[in-house]
Design a protein around this ligand. Structure first.
Ligand SMILES: Cc1cc2nc3c(=O)[nH]c(=O)nc-3n(C[C@H](O)[C@H](O)[C@H](O)COP(=O)(O)OP(=O)(O)OC[C@H]3O[C@@H](n4cnc5c(N)ncnc54)[C@H](O)[C@@H]3O)c2cc1C
Length: 453
């Protein structure tokens, strides 16, 4: 028998988001039966769940596109969704100087006013070149030069991260930011060529019905006999290897896989060294208000999503959500409705007034050139996402190197977007893969392929 070594060992998984579900599904696939999953919310999906608002519009928790780096995730998606997805070509733009500049901005400078385009190219030529030991502020200037940094990178990144770039590292960047060499930028500018196919998500799929959350709703159904919904973990006893739940129940574990935010997890530990607690206090994150606005006007916009570095909109991104699937609007009626999902970040460095945000977002959609005229507003829905982006600060890696080995030595594996707190591996495919890998590590002693310190 393959699994006798660990069959008797109790695995408790916290959280039915993509990571916890990926882990649970793999445990089941490996024939390991002694596990349970505890989820505080009423349903599965976590940050990747979807909601239907009272007017019948479907929303995700911010713009989610499904693209994958891993065979395991592709297979899971195929098994769970089959052909019930739409396939899209990315068509994304940056709004700047009242124009639409194809994304990535830095490769398509010819769409800018001539003076701005000139400043950007000169900056690129003069840029000394960045290296990953620099903080993000220095790295942006060294990589892109003054023009692109001032016109796009600095304001856009502050709008997304809600964190001063000086506090952030640059070693997470790799495929997350398109780096361009000046010859290519100059060529595109002078020869009037566009360069739009950059990046890992230039094509993407989207569930036909139910939003992104449909993937995890279906996964949750497969596993629900072992999942306790509506039951939050409120305490963890490391020595006795027990978790305490909001309903008073106690669960014993040999191994704990936690996908809750790592700083919250450390806060729930009965006892832990002061340096672990201090390190958890160094982890920074932002929050995001997702405001979805549905209009009673036909869908005609062909863009997928749009970036907004400038001040005239509170949001940094808007997604043309009815284009992802017509069923994101009531009755699938895109002759009658369209819908835009926006994301506005907040943090202590960038407070954002929640009250009245729906109105400010709706005005922003018009001021930002997303919708023309004054179409009737059919819905305006707000979701508060207090843990949205795990910020890659300069202090992050040292903090993680203090916390994670201490936890793992006690059979506690913290994985997923906020469990690992590594933005560079924080998408859905990464989160599922981390869950699968940790299941294999615990049951079969196979080294993890994605997560490392
Ligand atoms: C604004 C935004 C945009 C995004 N865009 C994309 C994208 O385009 N493409 C992409 O692939 N990914 C995207 N993501 C990332 C994606 O949402 C995450 O990768 C994924 O949801 C992380 O899964 P997870 O299981 O690690 O964590 P989560 O989804 O956070 O799930 C954790 C679960 O743990 C539960 N939990 C927390 N505390 C407790 C407790 N004490 N007891 C019990 N349960 C608890 C929570 O309720 C939750 O269900 C985006 C995320 C955000 C916020």
């Amino acid at each position: 028998m393959r699994h006798t070594m660990t069959d008797g060992r109790r695995i408790v998984v916290i959280g039915a988001g993509p990571c916890g579900l990926g882990c649970a599904r793999e445990l089941k696939a490996m024939g390991h039966r002694n596990w349970t999953l505890i989820e505080g919310a009423a349903g599965p999906g976590g940050l990747a769940s979807s909601v239907v608002d009272p007017q019948g519009f479907t929303w995700d928790h911010g713009g989610h596109v499904v693209f994958s780096h891993f065979g395991e995730f592709d297979r899971l998606l195929q098994e769970v969704m089959g052909d019930e997805v739409y396939r899209h070509e990315r068509s994304s733009y940056v709004r700047h100087s009242d124009r639409w500049v194809p994304y990535p901005f830095q490769n398509n400078l010819r769409h800018l006013p001539e003076e701005v385009g000139y400043e950007c190219v000169v900056g690129l030529i003069e840029a000394a070149g960045g290296d990953p030991s620099m903080d993000f502020a220095k790295w942006m200037r060294a990589t892109f030069g003054e023009g692109i940094t001032e016109h796009f990178m600095a304001p856009y990144n502050f709008k997304v991260w809600a964190t001063p770039a000086e506090r952030m590292a640059s070693n997470w960047i790799a495929e997350r930011v398109s780096v361009v060499d000046y010859r290519r930028a100059l060529r595109n500018l002078i020869l009037s060529e566009d360069d739009i196919a950059w990046g890992p998500n230039n094509t993407f799929v989207f569930p036909a019905r139910g939003g992104t959350g449909e993937i995890y709703r279906r996964l949750g159904l497969e596993l629900e006999s072992n999942i306790d919904f509506g039951r939050a973990v409120v305490g963890i006893d490391v020595e006795d290897k027990q978790v305490r739940c909001s309903d008073g129940a106690i669960e014993s574990f040999d191994f704990l896989v936690s996908t809750m935010p790592l700083d919250v997890l450390v806060g729930l530990l009965g006892r832990c060294p002061e340096q672990v607690r201090r390190a958890a206090g160094l982890l920074e994150h932002n929050g995001v208000y997702m405001v979805g606005v549905g209009y009673e006007t036909p869908l005609t916009d062909d863009k997928s999503w749009m970036y907004f570095p400038q001040e005239h909109t509170p949001f940094y991104r808007a997604t043309n959500f009815a284009k992802y699937s017509p069923f994101n609007v009531p009755g699938g009626d895109v002759e009658r409705y369209c819908s835009y999902m926006t994301e506005t970040s907040y943090s202590p460095y960038k407070p954002e007034e929640r009250s009245g945000l729906e109105e400010r977002v709706e005005q922003g959609l018009r001021a930002g050139g997303v919708v023309g005229g004054r179409p009737p507003v059919a819905t305006a829905h707000l979701e508060d996402i207090p843990y949205a982006y795990p910020v890659p600060t300069v202090k992050r890696d040292e903090a993680l190197r203090t916390i994670q080995p201490w936890l793992m030595a006690r059979g506690i594996y913290s994985r997923g977007r906020f469990g690992a707190w590594r933005y560079e591996m924080a998408n859905m495919d990464h989160s599922v893969k981390m869950g699968i890998d940790v299941a294999r590590l615990i049951v079969e002693d196979r080294p993890e392929e994605l997560w490392s310190l």
